[in-house]
Design a binder for this molecule. Structure first.
Ligand SMILES: C[S@@+](CC[C@H](N)C(=O)[O-])C[C@H]1O[C@@H](n2cnc3c(N)ncnc32)[C@H](O)[C@@H]1O
Length: 331
């Protein structure tokens, strides 16, 4: 494998990849924002500390052009079959937090079995066909790829972690779903797009210091009548109860705010959403979040007390809820 110094053009190559993407955008609601988004992506990539990115990019570029015989986006493990194998390249892109994937015979056992969240979500979703969809904090695009099976019109994710983008591009090279991930944070999107029929914000709200600001921004990203699907950590409790961890929560440093379901419903209403409802509440199990040899060595079982009744910091163990909320009609 080449060293970082030998491949200084990784950022330029990624900017060029996005240049091609922008040129191909042909959607009446997204196209007006292309010049602004193009600038944002270019500036963010140019300014970003590279870290291991050139190494991952080189792995991406070294992937062979294997012949694909089958693609299954509707299986629990996103599955691509064909001649040849890419085991070493996939191993070089660890840790795989989201998945699972089955790629040319290699089974990627990711930390999160995302098919379990997808199965909780899918009964509550409208058809995704022909919709414009945004997935905020989309990780390596596992959910975007599951959505792609329904042929949305626009399928866009935003995700600031470049390793996850590299993982996505490695799978997308063969899956050809036509989903795209922008390497930016949600705050880098224009304030008001009025573009998306559906916005997913899953596993993001509790990382936000200003959760209501996040909701208000999403409302303005949605088209009038559009649907927010919000998934977040919650606690048991009444309308005025929430948890603001003094320090870490389940070893995560950046957890700010865990509301009760009742408080979350009020927050959505105060942010201006209509027809708000909670459609699922589930305790995260050791089956859903676990350490494997494709991930970090520690996972949920290390973040809980031995009997699983509390996090190691003494907080309630992770419980996650899914909410639906609509942007109202244009007044
Ligand atoms: C807990 S993970 C959830 C991933 C996925 N949405 C899911 O539900 O499994 C949170 C993701 O949000 C990303 N993220 C963090 N800050 C973000 C921001 N400001 N804008 C967009 N994504 C962000 C993280 O890098 C991470 O991939």
């Amino acid at each position: 494998m080449k060293t970082k110094a030998e491949i200084p053009d990784a950022t330029d190559a990624l900017i060029a990849y996005f240049d091609d993407f922008w040129e191909g955008v042909d959607d009446k609601k997204l196209s007006p924002f292309v010049p602004e988004l193009e600038d944002v992506v270019r500036n963010i990539l140019a300014a970003r500390k590279q870290g291991d990115f050139p190494k991952w990019f080189e792995v991406l570029r070294s992937l062979p052009d294997l012949q694909v015989s089958e693609v299954h986006l509707d299986h629990d493990a996103i599955t691509i079959k064909g001649e040849g194998e890419i085991y070493d390249e996939l191993r070089a892109m660890r840790p795989w937090r989201k998945g699972p994937f089955s790629l040319f015979g290699t089974q990627i056992k990711s930390e999160w079995r995302c098919s379990m969240k997808w199965d909780r979500l899918i009964p509550h979703l409208p058809t995704l066909q022909n919709k414009r969809i945004l997935d905020i904090g989309c990780g390596n695009g596992y959910y975007l790829m599951r959505m792609a099976a329904q042929k949305p019109k626009v399928l866009l994710g935003v995700e600031p972690v470049l390793l996850f983008l590299m993982q996505f591009l490695a799978v997308e090279k063969f899956a050809k779903t036509n989903a795209h991930i922008l390497p930016i944070g949600v705050d880098d999107l224009p304030d008001e797009m009025n573009t998306f029929d559906l916005v997913f914000s899953m596993g993001v709200l509790y990382h936000r210091r200003d959760p209501i600001g996040h909701l208000v921004h999403i409302k303005k990203l949605l088209t009038y009548g559009g649907l927010l699907v919000l998934e977040t950590l919650i606690i048991d409790g009444e309308v005025n109860e929430c948890l603001i961890p003094e320090d870490r929560y389940a070893q995560m440093r950046n957890v700010w705010f865990l509301p009760s379901v009742k408080m979350m419903l009020v927050m959505l209403k105060r942010a201006g959403f209509k027809k708000v409802e909670c459609v699922s509440v589930e305790v995260t199990t050791l089956d859903e979040q676990r350490a494997t040899d494709w991930t970090f060595t520690q996972s949920l079982s290390d973040y809980l007390t031995p009997d699983g009744s509390k996090t190691v910091e003494g907080h309630p163990p992770p419980k996650r809820a899914i909410f639906k909320a609509f942007r109202g009609p244009k007044m």
